[in-house]
Design a protein. Structure first.
Length: 401
């Protein structure tokens, strides 16, 4: 029998415990022995829970119990999750987590501690909820391909908001309110709508793909709060949808770029139909080409599925992943502007799009919108200057994926 502990009995922790109970027989057949939750750490009591007898308020009961070999950290945030995880790894206990904030900020240190003490630190659930993307990225794709690019819709809250705005014509404020009422958004949704959640996730994917963990604060990040309703209308007319896209891209030997920003996504792109709270990740390898991962990116059951998957992989004859990376050094992460991009440009005060380089154009209510050919950052700046010099006003600029 394999004894495990669960740290935190919130949405993810309770979902993990329930999954391990409900699917105990199929898990036993795969692992060859039973996986049993021995302790659940939480500050609260849960007298009405069927697992009430497993609750402890004392972390030492887990850290000092030699029979517990794996712990699922579902506390979230940095503290005390970091201190608890370090203590467990140093005691030779493996840790699995859904905590993208901790992995993005301290993953380099925690992976080194795990290797030093013969344990595993696994984090499949930290990106994409129940979508299995980290293990395939490392083993199936990264083992045989040089990963060239990753584009992802990595935040279900913003994708739900943008879908509601597009399909039902509701305002940003109303769509956000609906997301909160449905449990898709926190009371303070800033990490979602400002792009920070997606930024942490693309940092983790970049580290797995390129072997370098970027400083999250150095990744250019823009959320969806500055989008105009008119931008969505122009997107529809021009054959696009607006999505919050996180990108990590190889930029030469030992270098890469990363960014999070709202993009115009064309109808023919694999990420275009990803709607509602669903996530999608498009990975491009130098031999396999494009590979798409799709599924529910949040919620108790999908995330618990990924957490439990890591537990089972560790239990199954020690098949947990041995990840390793280093923190990105100065000069290894380049700005996205090193690549040319197409852009959506909306402006007013200029008669039509005459003289403006454009692959597609649309106009409504005194505004003109164009999709530019690929431009460097300097060329884009020059184009904006040209519009201003002609007495116009640039109203929106978004990258086209």
């Amino acid at each position: 029998m394999i004894h495990i502990a669960v740290l935190g009995f919130g949405v993810v922790g309770s979902g993990t415990v329930k999954l391990l109970h409900d699917n105990a027989e199929s898990i036993r057949r795969r692992c060859g022995e039973e996986i049993r939750v021995k302790k659940i750490l939480d500050l609260r009591d849960f007298p009405d829970s069927p697992y009430a007898s497993l609750i402890t308020h004392d972390f030492a009961e887990i850290a000092e119990d030699p029979s517990i070999t794996v712990a699922a950290e579902a506390i979230g945030g940095i503290h005390p999750a970091l201190e608890f995880t370090l203590a467990l790894l140093r005691a030779g206990k493996s840790v699995v987590t859904s905590n993208k904030e901790l992995v993005a900020a301290h993953g380099t240190e925690l992976l080194a501690e795990a290797e030093k003490h013969g344990a595993y630190y696994c984090f499949e659930a930290s990106v994409g909820g129940g979508i299995p993307v980290i293990r395939p990225l490392k083993e199936d794709l990264g083992g045989t391909n040089a990963i060239e690019r990753i584009d992802g819709i990595l935040n279900g809250t913003t994708n739900y908001i943008l879908t509601e705005m597009k399909e039902k014509g509701v305002s940003f404020e109303k769509a956000l309110r609906q997301a909160q009422e449905n449990g898709y958004a926190e009371a303070d949704p800033s990490a979602d709508i400002e792009g920070l959640d997606a930024c942490r996730k693309i940092a983790i994917l970049a580290a797995v793909a390129f072997g370098r963990m970027p400083d999250v604060s150095a990744i250019p990040t823009e959320g969806i709060t500055r989008l105009r309703e008119r931008d969505g209308a122009f997107a529809e007319r021009l054959g696009y949808a607006i999505k919050l896209i996180a990108t990590a891209r190889r930029a030469g030997e030992g270098k890469f770029s990363a960014a999070v920003r709202p993009c115009f996504v064309p109808r023919e792109h694999p990420l275009y139909p990803v709607s509602g709270v669903f996530n999608g990740v498009l990975v491009k390898g130098n031999y396999v080409g494009d590979v798409m991962f799709y599924g529910r990116g949040a919620g108790a059951e999908p995330t618990a599925s990924a957490v439990a998957g890591d537990i089972v992989n560790i239990a199954e004859a020690g098949k947990g992943n041995r990840f390793s990376w280093t923190d990105a050094a100065e000069g290894e992460m380049l700005p996205p502007s090193v690549f040319p991009h197409r852009y959506y440009l909306a402006f007013s005060g200029v008669s039509g799009a005459a003289g403006i380089p454009a692959e597609r154009t649309s106009a409504a209510d005194g505004e003109t919108a164009v999709i530019t050919p690929p431009l460097t950052r300097d060329e884009l700046a020059a184009l904006q200057t040209e519009i201003l010099s002609r007495g116009g006003e640039v109203l929106s600029v978004l990258e086209v994926l």
